[in-house]
Design a protein around this ligand. Structure first.
Ligand code: NAD
Length: 373
């Protein structure tokens, strides 16, 4: 545990059932671009928000795919520049929220995302447009992080972009917006939030304030994810899951993530696994490994969550994933033993992997991957 730590999270958080209807209280500016997930545009949920903004010019951008690529970001930026947007509202899962964050910056930072990211030489200047993030998955916590994750279509590489310009002004979090989530997305995104929490907790940069948030997030997810999966409109479970993803998001926004997320990048970009599945699939194996340097802390966590030891905790997580039809072996998402070395190499390129509380090199990562093939 670090005895020297900092905690900075400038986003104002507004949480509550039906709170999205109060959107006018948070919007500044006249020209608003709603950057939303295609499902939310087609279902009319985004329009409901836009219709409340009477007296303002409201436009929509919804050409966003999961694990958004830089080309979609550039299109969103052009849409924002065309209407001279002074407020961007991101509405959707992590994919739409991440696009909204960079779009809010590119309104006044000219050029393409490639100029600032993935080897680009320019430094992203201050964000001038207001930014409001409304999450509709209980997963990424993107509404309260300074991270955006984008896929460079030219190289196929998915990478995080971290800048203080990505802290939203407001996170408006309304559990009702998650009632339409299909069970498979509920499971994958919920387990992503669990990974954020546990990775913040065992992180080499962990700190007491994040530990507290992470522990409560894990408790809420273990108590409510299966109900949210089985009963999509269960208000208590949906609210608990969004609170958990919020807390986990705040926790990892301070510590960053670890090996689970580092390995998830090639599993998504090369094997097509959704972000949540790509993370959760290595979770039980990383849990066992975390005892290498975090034995005492993991003991406290297992006791807090009601398990005897880390092994039984990891086995319970695996059973929970199976109960929600999630893959628990790499071969279930198309990985072969001949792929392991490459996955390990790509994962090791992400600096966050070294925040894992265990020795991370090609040999140890390959061994871990082999154990869950
Ligand atoms: P997503 O945003 O890609 O959405 C997954 C699916 O859920 C999509 O098909 C979408 O249409 C659908 N969906 C979203 N909300 C819905 C709703 N309310 N009802 C019905 N369907 C809905 O998934 P995600 O897991 O939320 O986000 C993943 C992305 O976020 C990845 O690119 C990941 O790398 C990134 N991420 C970002 C951060 C961050 O801090 N910025 C953190 C973790 C992950």
């Amino acid at each position: 545990m670090n005895e020297y730590f900092k905690f900075y999270m400038p986003t104002k958080v507004c949480f509550g059932v039906g709170i999205a209807a109060e959107i006018t209280e948070y919007v500044e500016g006249k020209n608003v671009l709603i950057v939303c997930d295609p499902f939310l545009y087609q279902s009319g949920a985004a329009k409901k928000i836009g219709d409340r903004l009477e007296g303002r010019h409201v436009a929509y951008f919804s050409e966003i795919e999961p694990n958004p690529c830089c080309e979609s970001v550039d299109k969103a930026a052009n849409a924002a520049r065309q209407i001279k947007a002074d407020c961007i509202i991101g509405m959707g899962g992590g994919s739409a929220l991440d696009v909204s964050k960079i779009t809010a910056c590119l309104v006044t930072n000219e050029g393409s995302i490639y100029d600032y990211y993935a080897g680009g030489k320019r430094v992203l200047g201050e964000r001038k447009a207001a930014l409001i993030c409304i999450p509709t998955t209980a997963g990424t916590g993107s509404e309260v992080t300074n991270v955006g994750v984008f896929t460079n279509q030219q190289t196929g590489i998915k990478m995080p972009f971290v800048t203080d310009a990505f802290w939203a002004d407001y996170a408006v979090i309304d559990p009702e917006l998650t009632y339409t989530l299909p069970p498979a997305v509920t499971a994958a995104t919920g387990m992503d939030a669990f990974c954020h929490a546990i990775e913040a907790y065992w992180n080499k940069e962990s700190q007491p304030m994040c530990d507290m948030l992470a522990m409560e997030a894990m408790r809420l997810i273990l108590n409510h994810i299966k109900t949210a999966y089985d009963e999509p409109c269960n208000a208590e479970a949906r609210s608990a899951m969004l609170q958990a993803s919020l807390m986990a998001g705040v926790a990892f926004s301070q510590t960053r993530t670890t090996g689970i997320h580092a390995i998830s990048f090639p599993l998504t970009s090369e094997f097509g696994a959704s972000h949540g599945i790509a993370c959760a699939i290595t979770l039980p194996a990383f849990m066992k490994l975390s005892c290498e340097q975090r034995a005492d802390k993991m003991k406290r966590l297992t006791a807090y969550l009601g398990y005897d030891c880390v092994e039984s905790f990891a086995a319970a997580i695996e059973r929970l994933m199976e109960s929600m039809n999630m893959p628990v072996r790499l071969r279930q998402i198309g990985v072969k033993s001949s792929d392991l070395e490459h996955i390990a190499k790509v994962g090791l390129e992400a600096s966050i992997i070294q925040l894992t509380p265990a020795v991370m090199n090609e040999e140890t990562v390959c061994r871990l991957l082999k154990s869950i093939l």
